[in-house]
Design a protein around this ligand. Structure first.
Ligand code: GDP
Length: 317
């Protein structure tokens, strides 16, 4: 079974090794180096690959391999298990309970698919009988509120948000001599988040999803804003949304988020693309949190519960 799950280059490396007449350390090392290359190409962090290599060498007994039987199975099993182990942080994430209000905060870089994922997550639960609601606390990106509003309306999910002062400025810049600051808007994401959460708690929503800003630049300001939103809304779970194509940058990025807010779960988006998603291993290692869902397309229902085995086989493919 494991053989079928192992992908092309890895299978080839193992095949080559098991064809060798004598399996000595050199042959095993060559095989492991080949596997390392494949995993690096799949964006698994170098450090994790090295650790895995060391662990496999400890597990795989050369005498067993030399005995001639089950060589392939022993190595395959070891690789597969090691990768699954990296994806298991050892504790499950917070699981919301139907009928009891939970606040779920989403964080991630701009473009990672955060806003789309918020709606997918809400829609997924709504179909299972939950009463979700969406709060747009992203006052930075022009259009963020409109995007969430549009998605939420389509899915018939209640939403809360306001246009920010800056966004309104853009709209009104077409008019001359206008006293813009007389207009009331709200650009404080913390205030919006708190208002939204309070509103939906009163409405007995059991899954209150807070979408935060994910600006690219001004990183320090982004992390401070996230920290404040988290402090003010006291989320039961913070979900880090990561684009599967982020590559080797995944570890540092996930770590930076974890250092600001208490990330408790990971969602990997755009798994329908070319990327194998090896960055997910880094995100798990950096946040010590499990991957809970994957995004597999732009549509609301292209969202799946994370399943470690198919994910690892794709990684090795
Ligand atoms: P945000 O800036 O992090 O809020 O990102 P958005 O939610 O606006 O998503 C950025 C782009 O990625 C949009 O064009 C989305 O349609 C797209 N997107 C999000 N998730 C997925 C996914 O799982 N697969 C694909 N193919 N596209 C996605």
């Amino acid at each position: 079974m494991v053989l079928a799950q192992l992908g092309g280059s890895i299978s080839r490396a193992i095949q080559q090794m098991s064809n060798a007449t004598i399996i000595d350390e050199k042959v095993l090392n060559e095989c492991l180096n080949e596997i390392t290359r494949a995993l690096l190409q799949a964006d698994v962090q170098f450090k994790l690959v090295r650790e895995m290599q060391t662990n496999i060498k400890k597990i795989v007994n050369l005498d067993d391999l030399a005995a001639g039987h089950n060589k392939r199975r022993i190595i395959q099993q070891a690789i597969f298990n090691e990768l699954c182990k990296i994806l298991d942080p050892g504790k499950p994430s917070f699981t919301p309970k139907k009928g009891k209000p939970s606040v779920i905060m989403f964080v991630g870089l701009q473009g990672s698919g955060k806003t789309t994922t918020c709606t997918k997550y809400a829609y997924y639960h709504q179909k299972k009988g939950w009463k979700p609601a969406l709060v747009c606390a992203d006052t930075f990106r022009a259009g963020a509120f409109d995007q969430l509003k549009q998605n939420a309306t389509k899915a018939k999910i209640p939403f809360y948000g306001r246009y920010s002062f800056d966004n309104l400025l853009d709209i009104l810049s077409a008019f001359e001599n206008l006293e813009i600051d007389e207009f009331y808007t709200e650009s404080d994401p913390v205030r919006i988040a708190v208002e939204g959460v309070e509103t939906f708690k009163k409405e007995n929503c059991d899954l209150i999803i807070v979408d935060t800003s994910g600006r690219h630049k001004q990183e320090a300001a982004l992390f401070e804003e996230m920290r404040q939103v988290s402090e003010a809304t006291n989320p039961d779970l913070v979900i880090f949304v990561m684009d599967s194509s982020i590559g080797q940058a995944a570890f540092d990025q996930a770590q930076a988020f974890k250092q600001s807010v208490s990330v408790g779960a990971v969602i990997v988006t755009k798994m329908d693309g070319h990327a194998k998603g090896g960055g997910a291993l880094s995100a798990v290692a950096a946040t010590k949190s499990p991957v809970i869902f994957i995004g597999t397309g732009e549509h609301m229902d292209e969202f799946e519960v994370f399943d470690v085995k198919p994910f690892v086989s794709r990684l090795l493919g």
